[in-house]
Write a protein that binds this ligand. Sequence first.
Ligand SMILES: NC(=O)c1ccc[n+]([C@@H]2O[C@H](COP(=O)([O-])OP(=O)(O)OC[C@H]3O[C@@H](n4cnc5c(N)ncnc54)[C@H](OP(=O)(O)O)[C@@H]3O)[C@@H](O)[C@H]2O)c1
Length: 322
Amino acid sequence: MSTVLITGGHSGIGLECVKRLALDSIEHIVLAGRSPDRMKEVANQLRQDHGTKVSILQLDTSSLVSVREAAAQFRSLLKSGDVEPLQAILCNAGGRAFGAVQYSLEGYEETFASNYLGHFLLVHLLIDTLADNGRIVFTASGTHDPDTRDGKAVGPAVEPDAGMLAATGKDGGKPLSAGVRYATAKLCIILFAYELHRRLRKAGSGISSIAFDPGSISETGFLRGLPAPLRMIARSAFAKWMMKRAGITVGSLDLSGASLAKLAIDPAYTHGSGKYFQVNDGSFNEMRSATMSYDEERAARLWRDSKQLVDLKTEDECPLLR
Ligand SMILES: NC(=O)c1ccc[n+]([C@@H]2O[C@H](COP(=O)([O-])OP(=O)(O)OC[C@H]3O[C@@H](n4cnc5c(N)ncnc54)[C@H](OP(=O)(O)O)[C@@H]3O)[C@@H](O)[C@H]2O)c1
């Protein structure tokens, strides 16, 4: 039975993606997230509309304890035969380019923890549950690139130094701004995607690791940190027209959700590993990501420091990735 696990699959781009997967060949979807009622609602809808088997995992990607519990729960489902090896893991949960700094259960800056660090740990704990030709897709964002309009609009990403990003503002100093925290967390996820690709290839694995920018979409929950009148303005046709004119990457719920689903299962993307795909203005293409995202030394440093932050034990580490 073909199975896909997705974080943040009950809303926005993730929800659009799971509907596509259910329409395509995917028979079992594992929704992993922190809003059980919304996940149950979506599960019922998928079962009713498409006859899809749906499992639910309680997961807060900002909490390492929660990531470990979700991974353990998934393994017990696997052991009992309730799920089969995964065709894809979609690391899609995240967001929050607005609002005051917050810290996770473990004391790490929340945007960094929920967009990047939790997924770093989740992938380590679950990669051996993927099929040999399975795929891991990371929902990133065009904001990661400081040389683009997207990057400039939220505030340019800074050095992807895991220790500094996890602790920003904790020493009583001024924390990085919300936009910079978000853009840099997304830069980290792309550096991770590429480093994962290199390590998998070196180990002779057929698993793919792919980075994805859905483009800016105002209809999802992404803008929930903004006051309602601002959200309304952002959703207007005029605001979208302005964004395009300003050179912002613009996605749409339909195309961006469908594109994420394609990256997960479409044979056309069999050779997508180590690459970055973007939705912009009605089209979906492979693109170059930020210059910094290809820096192998930075990626190796980020990997090493992230392992320390999540306290990855040798027994947690898949032999493929050592
Ligand atoms: N919309 C855009 O303009 C845009 C552009 C580029 C990239 N993205 C990225 O696209 C992805 C999907 O966002 P969206 O636009 O579809 O917004 P969305 O509707 O708010 O979806 C975000 C999903 O992530 C989940 N999530 C957030 N923090 C989480 C946590 N700590 N633990 C578990 N789940 C968590 C949310 O769950 P809850 O419902 O429980 O909060 C929600 O299901 C995000 O990674 C976002 O950064 C969005």
